[in-house]
Write a protein that binds this ligand. Structure first.
Ligand code: ATP
Ligand code: MG
Length: 286
């Protein structure tokens, strides 16, 4: 298989002629489902034959291993892309899904914040690196680490939108205020067009009253910005990464797979509506 042989990619999986929509999956709180969402959302969108790239921007490299990629020392990673030390064709790899590629992470990223401190425009390193990659994909997802540091800032500066997973548990909204403040700062200082893609409720347990309470609170706070698709707590979602597979290749009939499919549909529909509005406003002007 491609990724097991550590083959290097010279062409992308599915041809694309549009500018990819870049969505960062962000929440500084740990363990809320960022990586599970990144891997499975990107996979479901790829199943719909939209060419997709998943960028693993977390030194933990969980998105990479979740898709069966573990880099050996010295193999090029997203770290080399940020430094423009390596061309993207030598870093991006194919996955078991035809339309999904991955830009894997390595532990080199751990030191990036300190190493890059004196570089100019260091918050735009990813955005600059993506200029040549964006036209190759319909969708690009960025899995962020659990912090609001340099790497997450780079993701927000490069992205069109932020998708915010919120775990259905006690203190679910803890830290979301700070996250929204950070997004507003990024909007005014670096990226005026950064939008909120939506809030995603994760690890919902229908037998737990608290889960229902969190859903009601989040819907109350953020109303139409909350995705209709709610991700259930599902053991298949937690098992599939240890097989290096997205859940759709592990158990496509599981409730987790079905919900991530419906989330991917919501995101593609929203994009369709945005394109329709753009076409309408251009038509109305001419
Ligand atoms: P980190 O902040 O460390 O990067 P994260 O926000 O990326 O964490 P995940 O790694 O996606 O969170 O999930 C944390 C743990 O919860 C993992 O073990 C994952 O397998 C499990 N998990 C995530 N979502 C679900 C779910 N819907 N059902 C069951 N387990 C889940
Ligand atoms: Mg993660």
């Amino acid at each position: 298989m491609w990724y097991r042989d550590h083959e290097i990619l010279y062409t992308t999986s599915c041809g694309s002629i549009t500018m990819g929509r870049v969505i960062c999956i962000v929440n500084q709180k740990g363990g809320v489902g960022k990586t599970t969402t990144s891997v499975n959302l990107a996979s479901c969108i790829a199943l719909a034959e939209k060419s997709s790239l998943l960028i693993d921007l977390d030194p933990q490299a969980n998105a990479s291993s979740g898709l069966g990629i573990r880099l050996s020392a010295g193999e090029p990673s997203v770290y080399d892309l940020l430094l423009s030390r390596e061309v993207h064709q030598r870093i991006i790899r194919r996955t078991a899904l035809d339309c999904l590629d991955i830009l894997p992470a390595s532990q080199d990223l751990i030191g990036a914040e300190i190493e890059f401190v004196s570089l100019e425009s260091r918050e735009r390193m990813l955005s600059t690196a993506l200029e040549t990659i964006r036209p190759l994909y319909d969708y690009i997802f960025i899995d962020c680490p659990p912090s609001l540091g340099f790497l997450t800032l780079n993701a927000m500066v490069a992205a069109d939108s932020a998708l915010i997973p919120v775990q259905c548990e006690y203190y679910a909204l803890e830290g979301v205020g700070n996250l929204l403040k950070t997004i507003r700062r990024v909007q005014s200082a670096f990226n005026h067009s950064l939008e909120i893609e939506g809030f995603l409720l994760t690890m919902f347990d229908p037998r737990n009253n608290l889960s229902h309470q969190v859903v009601a609170d989040v819907q109350d706070h953020f109303s139409s910005q909350v995705f209709d698709s709610i991700i259930p707590r599902n053991v298949r979602l937690s098992e599939s990464p240890s097989f290096g597979k997205p859940v759709v290749l592990y158990d496509i009939t599981s409730s987790g797979a079905l919900r991530y499919m419906s989330l991917s549909q919501e995101i593609m529909n929203a994009e369709g509506e945005r394109d329709g509005e753009k076409a309408y406003s251009i038509g109305a002007r001419s």
